[in-house]
Ligand binder design. Structure first.
Ligand code: PEP
Ligand code: MN
Length: 335
């Protein structure tokens, strides 16, 4: 339920209302906008008398939220959310380029690619340390050593790091990680999501291979409801009958998610297409559609990458892509 307050509601009366609502065992989220203050209520609101609230002098409007996601809902929080970690910012006008290899392979590889993507305009470095692989015989990632190497790359370049968690028991290893990624295969690992709700750092949540946008928002809700308000939504392609691309990029996720939610939206054209030559056009389309950021796989030598080489850009290709994306963003802002 949301309560929209009148624009000049006195603070004392507002505080009294909030205290009264909290005394009814409801969580009250206050969002102070440019024009009005909105109170978002979470909990059992079935016994709240909407007529009584509507009759209050300071209340403009009371609305029940019909969607099952509340805290992720734009009705709950009208303005775009900016998610941040140190110098990293995404949403509410800040655009992120999250770039790096699928997997951390060795020190030389990650440090050199980190320097190259930084030079080309990346705002964060990605790199998998714990890798979800379809085959148990494939490279599984360097695990804790991979995180150590990412931290070294961060020290060298200043780039914040984004890396995937697969098991909540590994959380102590992620202490210095800036943004924790939940991969497509774990989007509905609800116990993991609950643990991440107790973490005080941004979570980049990837859409599952066969999940609806409503399910993605419900997974985000698990993290938000746990008290972590820093969630980034990521569309990375879904399973369809098409075989020329690895997945099918659902670009309509951008306008739909941005209408329904205040959370920032990232597009990952690398996993969506699986083919590096298709990545630039999809990245440009994502920027044109209003995405808040891109996640791109970049490798110094894609032909010899231990994982996802065919979809990885070279640092040079990434550099030319960031320039083009920035031109699209500039054109949009001028339009
Ligand atoms: C990744 O980003 O490296 C990854 C495994 O992505 P996804 O979970 O989208 O497949
Ligand atoms: Mn990958």
């Amino acid at each position: 339920m949301i309560i929209v307050l009148k624009s000049r509601a006195p603070q004392k009366k507002t505080d009294e209302l909030i205290d009264w609502l909290r005394s009814k065992q409801l969580d009250v989220h206050v969002s102070v906008g440019h024009y009005q203050t909105v109170l978002g209520l979470v909990g059992d609101t079935s016994r709240v008398d909407t007529d009584l609230l509507t009759g209050l002098e300071i209340v403009e409007q009371v609305q029940r939220i019909s969607e099952p996601f509340k805290m992720a809902n734009r009705k709950f929080h009208e303005e775009d959310t900016c998610v941040s970690a140190g110098p990293f910012r995404i949403g509410a006008g800040s655009f992120a380029f999250i770039a790096g290899p699928c997997s951390v392979e060795n020190e030389e590889q990650i440090i050199s690619v980190a320097k190259a993507v930084k030079e080309a305009g990346a705002t964060a470095l990605r790199g998998g340390a714990f890798k979800p692989r379809t085959s148990p015989y494939d490279f599984q990632g360097l695990r804790a050593d991979g995180i150590e190497l990412l931290l070294e790359a961060k020290k060298e370049t200043g780039l914040p790091i984004v890396t995937e968690i697969m098991n909540a028991a590994h959380l102590p290893l992620f202490e210095q990680v800036d943004v924790i990624q939940v991969g497509a295969r774990n989007m509905q690992n609800f116990e993991l999501l609950k643990e991440l709700g107790r973490v005080n750092k941004p979570i980049l949540l990837k859409r599952g291979l066969a999940n609806t946008l409503k399910e993605l928002l419900m997974s985000a809700e698990y993290i938000l409801a746990g008290g972590n308000e820093q969630v980034i939504l990521c569309e990375r392609g879904i399973r369809t009958f098409e075989t020329y691309t690895r997945n099918t990029l659902d670009l309509s996720a951008v306008p739909v998610l941005k209408e329904l939610s205040h959370l920032p939206v990232v597009i990952d054209p690398s996993h969506a297409t699986g083919v590096s030559r298709y990545v630039p056009s999809m990245a440009l389309a994502a920027a044109a559609a209003g995405a808040d950021g891109l996640m791109l796989e970049v490798h110094g030598d894609p032909a010899h990458a231990l994982c996802d080489g065919p979809q990885s850009l070279t640092p040079e290709q990434f550099a030319s892509l960031t320039k083009q994306v920035n031109k699209v963003r500039k054109a949009l802002s001028e339009g």
